[in-house]
Ligand binder design. Structure first.
Ligand code: GTP
Length: 339
């Protein structure tokens, strides 16, 4: 039987993870619920232009929501909706006069959450400018008086300004939160959560595009003794200094993750099997030469390396690297073992 609970959880998760998808969905639902009755009423009362404009807005909103959910692309539907809303609201305002103007306020808020701040400023400016031009070319067509027009422009500007500030601030905070949730706070390496996602992605890309992936799982040797002898602060500093050192030894496209404690993982894309071991060896030697303790003694590591095999799950891949690392430790440490 179809698992509706599972589907509901998956939908909820997408809404939670993707802010723009949530916004497009919310705007789509609100437009459908609140504008449809007006569209029907306009058609019944013979106001065809406004009725059709309202229905275009509703259909555009529904199509955009479906497109965003199906493709995962929220940029195009966001831009499309913002443009349709501006054109639709302009037509409604010109045809209904003051009664249509009230719709401009929620619209100004929506567009700042649908497209980038700059685009929203341009779109809202074009809309307000057009309304003013229509009014100036034919007095009384949109506003009851010039005084009312000025009041509308000022309040619409204030509304846009606050929408811009809120949208900008929330975008900034989302970026910061995303970064905080994806990196290890001590070392700045990717955290375990990001690692799992990247390994899953690697398996998918390997199956779809035959991209070759390798991983190096390594663990600092006798780290407990480092902590015990030099103190926890030195232990922390060793981990902090380790990450930029590793990054300087690998390509920019390769990624470093903290697997846990003093265990790290380097994920390498588009790597030849024959080069994986030498890169791990280069890392091992680089750490031994450049990462030292306060008394000048070198820090060493043991590593296990494994290429992703065809049709292999990432858990198996990681397990093979882990077994190789275990062997490197058992063989006496400060060495690399290939799975
Ligand atoms: N300073 C510091 N120590 C940590 C951190 N995370 C884990 N550790 C310590 O790392 C030590 C790891 O010890 P073990 O698992 O016994 O490994 P080891 O001493 O490196 O021995 P081998 O791995 O077998 O060479 C533990 O004492 C942990 O407390 C951290 O963030 N900072």
């Amino acid at each position: 039987m179809f698992n509706y609970v599972h589907l509901l959880h998956a939908l909820q998760k997408r809404l939670k993870d993707d802010f723009y998808l949530a916004m497009i969905t919310l705007v789509g639902i609100m437009i459908t619920v609140f504008v449809t009755p007006y569209a029907v009423y306009r058609l019944i009362t013979g106001n065809w232009i406004v009725g059709i404009a309202d229905f275009c807005i509703v259909f555009s909103a529904i199509i955009s929501v479906f497109f965003a959910w199906r493709t995962g692309d929220t940029v195009k539907p966001g831009q499309f909706l913002a443009c349709i809303f501006c054109v639709g609201a302009g037509i409604v305002a010109v045809n209904l006069g003051v009664n249509g103007l009230f719709w401009i306020y929620p619209l100004l808020v929506f567009i700042f959450f649908l497209v980038s701040g700059r685009r929203a400023v341009v779109l809202s400016s074009i809309l307000l400018f057009t309304l003013v031009m229509v009014e100036l070319s034919k007095a009384g067509s949109v506003f009851a008086s010039h005084y009312q027009m000025m009041s509308f422009i000022v309040t619409a500007f204030i509304c846009s300004f606050f929408a811009y500030v809120f949208a900008y601030r929330s975008q900034l905070q989302r970026k910061e939160l995303k970064q905080l949730a994806s990196i290890d706070s001590l070392t700045g390496a990717g955290n375990r959560h990001t690692l799992n996602t990247e390994l899953e992605l690697a398996v998918q890309l390997n199956q779809k595009l035959q991209s070759r992936y390798g991983l190096i799982l390594f663990d600092l040797d006798f780290f407990k003794q480092i902590n015990d002898k030099y103190g926890h602060k030195v232990g922390d500093e060793t981990l902090i200094n380790l990450v930029p050192l590793i990054q300087s030894l690998i390509r920019q496209t390769d990624k470093v993750f903290r697997f846990g404690g003093e265990e790290f993982l380097v994920l390498l894309r588009d790597i030849e099997p024959a080069t994986l071991f030498p890169i791990a060896e280069k890392i091992r030697q680089g750490v031994e030469q450049h990462l030292t303790l306060p008394d000048g003694k070198p820090v060493t590591l043991s590593a296990g390396v494994a290429m992703l095999l065809d049709n292999e799950e990432w858990e198996q891949w990681l397990h093979r690297a882990d077994v190789a690392l275990y062997q490197a430790k058992n063989n006496g440490r400060n060495q690399v073992v290939a799975a």
